[in-house]
Write a protein that binds this ligand. Structure first.
Ligand code: SF4
Length: 360
């Protein structure tokens, strides 16, 4: 590792003045940011791209313009608006956090690390981002962009996640004494637009004079990463039961609520067999989990969905025949196909319904 002079931060801040991205949740330097919008954007941006977040952020802030509106909203409404962004525990915690900020802090976000981290869904990174960006306090914010830049500049070769400690220390060593908000965002923007994972634009980079990897042409080898563990595969059957409702102009689908813990907790799904490794629940037993025994039509290809920690293949079975006397079980309900989008259905279930030919 090399040492570099303090002017790293000056170079970054100068570059940021001319090159800051124009983002919906951004505030020009000198203007006081709204911590609600900063917090909301940071939660949405976790594991999601800026491009994907833009529309959600716009819709969310239109429907819930402040923390009071979000705290008062029904959870189902919040989940429905989040639908498609993935990682649904973030949405649940977002709602819980809003309720807590209103009840405990009268709607005003705390401006210290300890109280922020005690709120639902706020960990080290988000607390630092809120402190730096919303309150302009010194808090070393290290996201994936910062990891990439700093590991390249200082040639940190300890693989992630072990290398995080050295990266944080080096980030702290170049952090300026003032303008924390601008500096944190300058690193994020440089990582997103110049110091990209592939083909970094080092010719445009304000800190190339300080960058060890650039001097050696080894930029793309950083950050070093520990070998990824194989993502486990799960398989299951999903049962799409469609019926014509009484006024004969509408179709309804049998849906149910997932348990309150585990994957996609509390969200709406079609009845499924357990999402298990194939050796735990053999394929031959899938039909035991069908809502009723009838001849189900199997869709030709399974629906594939990759979560962060598991790959899922759902084999879709469809029934469109009227079944007399079906009694709803606990948690089950009939949902009109035209109302499906309002139900906060996770992406994997949208794929299942589409593969069964449901248009919504
Ligand atoms: Fe990244 Fe290149 Fe700048 Fe180094 S010189 S920080 S590798 S863009």
């Amino acid at each position: 590792m090399r040492d570099i002079p303090q002017s790293f931060s000056d170079a970054m801040l100068c570059w940021y003045e001319r090159n800051a991205r124009d983002l919906l949740w951004r505030y020009p330097e000198g203007e006081k940011p709204d911590p609600y919008r900063v917090w909301l954007s940071e939660i949405m941006l976790q594991q999601t791209t800026v491009q994907a977040v833009k529309e959600y952020f716009q819709n969310f802030t239109k429907t819930f313009p402040d923390i009071y509106a979000l705290a008062e909203a029904d959870r189902e409404k919040v989940m429905a608006m989040w639908s498609g962004l993935g990682y649904y525990s973030r949405a649940r915690n977002l709602h819980k956090c809003a309720i807590e900020v209103v009840s405990k802090y009268n709607g005003v976000f705390p401006d210290n690390e300890k109280d922020l981290k005690a709120l639902p869904g706020i960990g080290d990174y988000t607390a630092a981002a809120i402190l730096a960006i919303a309150f302009d306090k010194k808090a070393v914010v290290v996201d994936g962009n910062v990891e990439r830049i700093i590991s390249r500049v200082f040639e940190i070769d300890t693989p992630l996640p072990k290398g995080k400690k050295a990266i944080k220390e080096k980030t702290s060593s170049v952090w300026p004494k003032t303008r924390h908000s601008a500096f944190a965002q300058s690193l994020m923007d440089l990582g997103a637009t110049v110091c990209t994972p592939k083909n970094p634009r080092c010719d445009l980079c304000p800190v190339h004079d300080f960058c060890g990897a650039f001097k050696k042409g080894t930029m793309e080898t950083y950050p070093f990463k520990a070998k990824k563990k194989k993502v486990p595969q799960r398989k299951a059957a999903a049962f799409v039961f469609i019926r014509e409702n009484q006024d004969k102009n509408q179709y309804e689908v049998l849906m149910r609520q997932r348990p309150e813990n585990g994957m996609l907790a509390g969200l709406t799904e079609v009845p499924c067999s357990p999402w298990s490794a194939s050796q735990d629940v053999p394929k031959e037993t899938w039909m035991d989990y069908a809502p009723f025994q009838v001849e189900w039509q199997k869709m030709p290809a399974p629906v594939r969905h990759v979560f962060s920690h598991v790959k899922l293949d759902l084999h879709v079975y469809v029934c469109r025949k009227p079944v007399k006397g079906y009694n709803l079980r606990e948690g089950e309900t009939w949902v009109k196909t035209s109302d499906l989008l309002e139900k906060g259905i996770p992406t994997v279930m949208k794929k299942v319904l589409l593969s069964a030919g449901i248009d919504f």
